[in-house]
Design a protein around this ligand. Sequence first.
Ligand code: MTE
Length: 327
Amino acid sequence: MAYIKKNNRLSLPERFATPVSVYVNRRGFLKSLGLAGIGSWFWLNGCFGNGEPAAQGLNSVSQTIPAAIPPYPLARNPLYTADRPLTSELVAAAYNNYYEFTTDKDQVWKLAQGFEITPWKIEISGEVHKPLTIDIDDLLKKMPLEERVYRHRCVEAWSMVVPWSGFALRDLIKLAEPTSAARYLRFVSFYRPGQAKGQKAAWYPWPYYEGLSMAEASHDLAFMATGVYGHPLPKQHGAPLRLATPWKYGFKSIKGIVKIEFLRERPKTFWNDLAPAEYSFSANVNPAVPHPRWSQATERVIDTGERIPTRMFNGYADQVAELYRKG
Ligand code: MTE
């Protein structure tokens, strides 16, 4: 999922080969780092690149992880578990998609660190009885907070399992009191090219924007994440507020949200506008429908490198299939 501007027109190169497989394609890779074997350090050096010593690189990733100040860590809701082990936290924090900063997944964690997330206001507007603009800290005080373990499946066929902290999107919907005309939600990310140099790439229609139907947004699984692994979100994961819709491809999980609008009509979405034949509005995970440039039948687990079968709705079919039953 990438665009490179070539000959003044958009083209779609095959950027699917991901360098991360080179360094994380090994079981227990973090464990081996803990043991600090010479081989491991050397091999990790390739991971962080730029000639940076591996230990320093790893240390830097861990320094991007905020302290677990209250209300974190939150109690884990036992209703939301995954049938796979949690992904190693530092791997998840060092392998990101956040095009506002860079298209290089292993560089986002570095480039996002200069991004200011305090203060942070969120505008809730459109077809609602209670429009409001609220600071993220005040919003957190109004929401019932919990931790949920979710699977995450990127459209690029990599996956992870992470414990998000936050609140159900439907609780935010209740707060806004939508009018009967509201049928869709539109989410918008920040626009700050001074701090996010990827936004200087004029061939992307910044800021990032996404959408859900009201039925999807009101579904129990739709979650607003403010933290991960028991502490506030690191910047590279979309701090201070991102969406998590685990039955959909990861590009629906918009990061750095500043605005949520309730609409009568279906909104446009960033990737669908860029490449409608490749990224749909609904973007539900479906192993039987290949991406035009690659299969979606399997996925690569980012910390072990293991290839596993992809599941319908990313394993959430029992909960969400009903939303899409016709007639
Ligand atoms: N949100 C914004 N604002 N910008 C982005 O580039 N990338 C999406 C999604 N949300 C993206 C975004 C994609 S493609 C994925 S797979 C997930 O974020 C990645 O989330 P992670 O980096 O926290 O794993």
